[in-house]
Design a protein around this ligand. Structure first.
Ligand SMILES: NC(=O)c1ccc[n+]([C@@H]2O[C@H](COP(=O)([O-])OP(=O)(O)OC[C@H]3O[C@@H](n4cnc5c(N)ncnc54)[C@H](OP(=O)(O)O)[C@@H]3O)[C@@H](O)[C@H]2O)c1
Length: 344
């Protein structure tokens, strides 16, 4: 007997990716239900070689559903996750609504899968921000090897991180440049076509953006509260795939060769690091892939025990949908939840 899974936000970028990944990985689901807003009720989404009719979230009863993969933004999650959890359905949420709640585990399975067992307090598990997910996959094995003291990360984030409207805006603005139409930013604060924008999410009092704050708060929660992290988050005109330039200072000595060997063996990591033209990964090549790619591994001679890395991953997969499905697999494989149908 398999599990009953509901996907909230099934018509969105992340939701559609979740459906693909559940199918690709052969997740033990007896039934998958696609949910979205009332606007999408009755439309269809693909799930493997089947199509699912989308139902409205507000009309759906979660009583016999085991796992809800929630991907419809923070406002919807704040309202719905506690209600769904109270029905005995475990919510794996993609928004930032619950990530910093002490009673909600924040999980990247390659980093802190054991903490998933703490979901029972609220029946909610949080998925990290897309930039943090790929960062901690690369940092974890290096932290174990040489103890990370400080990380300086600059992100180059694709527009799909802002949802399907953001992708349309890049497409439409790019087209407008070629046909000489006026360009009106809507979702972004400035033109994104042929430009970069050093601003993601809202500004905070100290001048950092919320996106930058998320990377440090989430890295500390999942990896080690003692690690110092500072971040500059930048939106770039790329459709899919986030890139990060990462500078790391360690407690103990670690060479670039040692780091390369460690990362080659690390779960979720793929090292592509040849010192030649094209011997590194770009976001375009990461789209549709599961790995966190690491290239350009170099020693930083300006600090004691320093390294530089280039880290790239598909933000819709490891940054969101894949990570959420991997969390669901942890719940199932470790016997942390049983299908309700079987229990009844
Ligand atoms: N994109 C990323 O890289 C990424 C990474 C990590 C986390 N996330 C998070 O994942 C979530 C979704 O992101 P996305 O990129 O998939 O956004 P998106 O493409 O804009 O999709 C949003 C989804 O939410 C649904 N929705 C909106 N209002 C709703 C309502 N009132 N009731 C039920 N469903 C509703 C939409 O349904 P309709 O089609 O019916 O409007 C759509 O399915 C966000 O919380 C985002 O922060 C995204």
């Amino acid at each position: 007997m398999g599990y009953k899974i509901a996907i909230v936000g099934a018509t969105g970028n992340v939701g559609r990716e979740m459906l693909d990944i559940l199918d690709e990985r052969g997740f033990p689901a007896d039934e998958v239900v696609a949910l979205a807003s009332r606007r999408s009720q009755g439309t269809e989404v693909s799930f493997g070689d089947r199509t699912l009719k989308v139902q409205a979230l507000e009309n759906y009863d979660f009583s016999d559903t085991d796992i809800c993969l929630m991907s419809a933004g923070g406002t919807i999650s704040k309202e719905w996750s506690p209600k769904i959890g109270a029905k005995g359905c475990v919510v794996i949420d993609n928004s930032s609504a619950w990530r910093y709640d002490a009673d909600v585990p924040l999980i990247v399975p390659e980093v802190n899968a054991d903490a998933a067992a703490g979901f029972t307090k609220k029946n909610i598990i949080a998925n990290p921000n897309c930039s943090t997910a790929q960062l901690v996959v690369a940092l974890k094995p290096l932290h174990e090897a040489a103890g990370i003291k400080r990380v300086v990360v600059s992100t180059y984030q694709s527009v799909s991180g802002g949802g399907k409207e953001a992708m349309e805006e890049l497409f439409n603005q790019t087209r407008a440049v070629f046909v000489n139409d006026p360009i009106e930013p809507k979702k972004f604060t400035k033109r994104i076509a042929f430009n970069v924008i050093p601003h993601i999410d809202v500004f905070m009092e100290d001048g950092y953006t919320k996106e930058e704050w998320k990377v440090l708060a989430e890295t500390k929660k999942m990896l080690d509260p003692k690690i110092k992290v500072t971040c500059t988050a930048v939106r770039v005109p790329v459709f899919i795939g986030h890139s990060e330039s990462v500078n790391i200072e360690f407690e103990r000595e670690i060479t670039a060769d040692q780091a390369r060997d460690i990362l080659r063996e690390a779960p979720g990591c793929l090292v592509i690091d040849k010192h030649e033209d094209g011997g590194y990964i770009t976001p375009y090549e990461s789209a549709g892939e599961d790995a966190t790619y690491i290239s350009r591994i170099r020693e930083d001679a300006t600090v004691e025990n320093g390294l530089n890395l280039w880290v790239v991953s598909d933000n819709l997969r490891k940054g969101a949908a894949l990570n959420a499905v991997q969390i669901a697999e942890v719940l199932v494989n470790r016997g942390l939840i049983k299908p309700k149908k079987q229990a009844a």
